[in-house]
Design a protein around this ligand. Structure first.
Ligand SMILES: [Zn+2]
Length: 503
């Protein structure tokens, strides 16, 4: 891999960001930072943004007495502020109300209007539709999707709508999509999501209306100005509009996306409509889609009514940036559904960060101050913890999106170091005048701190950089951090303030 392009879904700008948005965005940030360390800054592009059209936004804006543009300006500013607070390193932020986006959507729709399907039919055609439309979902519902005549996601009865729309002929793409997903040309992960998409495709694909007559807050269909483009079709195109499709160097370098992260409710849009549109327009499909699960908070679905919505900014104010990032991604394995226990944040903060990382760094440097004249001994690593094997596992975990497993690897390294200190009792050996042994123990521990810092750089970027500074290791190049025995014995250590104060 020479370049890496990662995207989050663009978030719907109908309300301020919550912990679910933060979760996906932090994971994307961790992957982007990891690949930057590996491939170089210039070879990684990380995109996030907001999806700002559609009737749901127009309705909420009206309720708040704002015009839709002012409303989405405000919401998008809240998202951007939250990402700044969480130290998210996105290279770009796309808003679907930006001209650069609307221009590309218009261009692609015009192109698709004359495109043919693999079976030789027009990709776009005009048709009539009558159906049950859920405004919350911005999509038509089949009777079998409803529970007590209501959309189960919005607990609202959909409206009966009849309109003449433009359609895309998805039905002609079942075979080609099935093959591409089957043979991992479009890799859908985790494996059970791949099975889900394939079985959905095997039931046959229905054509999809890509325009709306009722919806005014949207991009006009270029060949039919009375209608606007379906918000989903508009939104999906952000992944290429932000790169400056078709002529920008960024597009040429970074497309197709290496990783597109999304939650399971939008899988069909990303695994079916999105690649079908790209194939029809003669553009490559994304390489990998990674689908993650849902959050519940203390066993309940997150909702304003229950009042259990967690604002990621509150976590930052309470625990600090790095800790907030850690607490959010350490809840459960990425990819699965999981429950967040709000009152465990503090417990985890104290055990993993204050007593874990922070305490280890402070103990090791304090001992080096006392027993090694605050210098790094000129020795080689002889510890029993295999650091090279650790990095192999960690790097494979990144390829497999196993972020949670990497947090566990980090905690295991810390436990090893804590046990090593307890077993070797450097203070007792110093008293007995065994200076050579003490020096060796401390060299091993300082080497572990260096490796720990490298492991932390993508996840807790400030903490990783701070540890490197305290052991006076100048490079943040991942290869040189991984290399054993390159600590400079002429350098002194800096104990500094506690990395994480106990709560
Ligand atoms: Zn709905």
């Amino acid at each position: 891999m020479e370049k890496y392009y990662i995207t989050t879904p663009i978030y719907y700008a109908n309300s301020k960001p919550h912990i679910g948005h933060a979760y996906t965005t932090i994971v994307a940030d961790i992957l982007a930072r990891y690949y930057r360390l590996k491939l170089g800054q210039e070879n990684v592009w990380f995109l996030t943004g907001t999806d700002e059209h559609g009737s749901k936004i127009a309705q909420v804006a009206e309720k708040e007495g704002k015009d839709p543009q002012t409303f989405v300006d405000d919401v998008s500013a809240l998202f951007q502020l939250s990402w700044k607070n969480l130290n998210i390193s996105n290279n770009d932020y796309i808003r679907t109300t930006e001209k650069r986006h609307e221009d590309v959507v218009t261009e692609i729709l015009t192109k698709l209007k004359s495109a043919k399907t693999p079976l030789g039919n027009d990709f776009i055609y005009s048709g009539d539709y009558e159906g049950l439309y859920c405004v919350g979902c911005e999509s038509y519902k089949k009777p079998e999707d409803l529970v007590d005549d209501k959309c189960p996601d919005h607990n609202k009865e959909p409206e009966l709508l009849k309109e003449s729309n433009w359609y895309i002929r998805l039905s002609d793409y079942a075979e080609i999509l099935k093959n591409k997903i089957q043979n991992d040309e479009i890799k859908v992960l985790p494996a059970d999501r791949k099975t889900e998409v394939l079985s959905f495709i095997e039931q046959g694909l229905e054509d999809v209306a890509i325009s709306r007559q009722q919806v005014k807050w949207g991009i006009p269909v270029p060949f039919d100005k009375d209608q606007t483009i379906y918000v989903w079709v508009d939104a999906l195109l952000n992944y290429i509009s932000a790169l400056g499709y078709p002529n920008d160097e960024k597009f040429k370098k970074f497309w197709p996306a290496n990783t597109q992260l999304l939650a399971k409710d939008i899988l069909k849009f990303h695994a079916i409509i999105w690649p079908a549109m790209l194939i029809a327009a003669g553009i490559e499909a994304p390489k990998e889609l990674f689908i993650h699960g849902y959050f519940t908070i203390d066993g309940k679905k997150m909702s304003k009514t229950i009042g259990n919505v967690i604002d990621p900014n509150d976590l930052v104010s309470e625990f600090g940036v790095d800790a907030a990032r850690y607490l959010i991604v350490s809840q459960f394995p990425f990819g699965q559904d999981g429950d967040v226990k709000a009152d465990e944040f503090k417990v985890k903060y104290n055990s993993d960060l204050a007593n874990g990382i922070g305490n280890l760094v402070s103990r090791v440097i304090t001992m080096a101050e006392k027993y090694c004249d605050n210098k790094i001994p000129a020795l080689k690593y002889t510890g029993t913890f295999n650091l090279t094997a650790l990095w192999k596992r960690v790097e494979q975990n990144y390829v497999d999106y196993k972020i949670f497993e990497n947090l566990r690897e980090i905690q295991e390294l810390i436990s090893w170091a804590d046990n090593h200190i307890a077993e070797t009792t450097p203070w007792a050996k110093a008293k007995e005048g065994k200076a050579a042994e003490v020096n060796q123990i401390l060299y091993n521990l300082i080497e572990v701190l260096k490796q720990l810092a490298g492991l932390l750089l993508p996840i807790l970027p400030q903490t990783g950089a701070e540890i490197l500074k305290r052991i006076n290791f100048a490079s943040t190049d991942i290869e040189s951090i991984k290399t054993l025995n390159n600590l400079d014995s002429k350098k002194t250590l800096d104990k500094g303030e506690p990395l994480f104060l106990r709560k």
